[in-house]
Design a protein around this ligand. Sequence first.
Ligand SMILES: Cc1cc2nc3c(=O)[nH]c(=O)nc-3n(C[C@H](O)[C@H](O)[C@H](O)COP(=O)(O)O)c2cc1C
Length: 84
Amino acid sequence: MNEIFKKRRSIRQFTNKKVTKEQIHSILCSAMVSPSGNHVNPWEFVVVREKEKLSKLGGCGKWQSFVKDCNVAIVILGKESLGV
Ligand SMILES: Cc1cc2nc3c(=O)[nH]c(=O)nc-3n(C[C@H](O)[C@H](O)[C@H](O)COP(=O)(O)O)c2cc1C
């Protein structure tokens, strides 16, 4: 397990290889078992595949222009107010 953490790195250049629905599902399943305070799971995940939307996302911030070049992005929305 330690090796996985040591070898991981950020990727900002992408191939054109298709990311399958099963792969996305697997990533989302892993993300959804993340722990949260009071177990409120204050997040939503939006899977973005459309090139036009990926381009717009890439233009949203200063440090994410590479998003325009990927085939899929998962946007994580944090819920601000949970009333707990
Ligand atoms: C909270 C957080 C925010 C980050 N934001 C960005 C970002 O906006 N753009 C980006 O290209 N990388 C971002 N990174 C990635 C870091 O720059 C990257 O992890 C760091 O340079 C170390 O490189 P590595 O991930 O390859 O080990 C972020 C990382 C963290 C933990």
